[in-house]
Write a protein of this length. Structure first.
Length: 123
């Protein structure tokens, strides 16, 4: 779940994106996986759920559907958010600001933060 205030706005990267509603200091947790979360068998998921969700490598038959605006995060070659070093027991890791982020700046992630990015980018 997102841990900071955001706005969903038109993105120059792709469609809509997640933008900082206030300035964020480097190291601030911006997103963290929390139970309970929506889980469905991947084979039964709709195209929309596949687009806005991700496959958890601990349970590859499950698709985790984002329950907040983090589904609008865009990938970047120069992301300003990154995983903390140690993933949790469910292969999830909190995302933190990798540098100071200004109010109104789009929050971006690298493909390494999403183990299902290859499938998403081939959609």
């Amino acid at each position: 779940m997102l841990k900071i205030a955001v706005n969903i706005l038109t993105s120059s990267i792709h469609g809509r994106g997640v933008f900082a509603a206030t300035s964020i200091s480097k190291g601030t947790i911006v997103w963290k996986f929390e139970w309970p979360d929506s889980k469905k068998l991947f084979a039964l998921a709709t195209d929309s759920e596949k687009h806005f969700g991700y496959v958890n490598p601990a349970n590859p038959e499950w698709l985790v559907v984002c329950g907040d605006d983090s589904c609008f995060w865009n990938f970047s070659k120069s992301p300003n958010c990154e995983m903390e070093t140690a993933p949790t027991k469910h292969f999830e890791s909190p995302l933190v600001a990798s540098r100071d982020i200004l109010e109104g700046e789009e929050l971006t992630i690298g493909t390494n933060t999403d183990l299902d990015s290859f499938r998403k980018l081939s959609f």
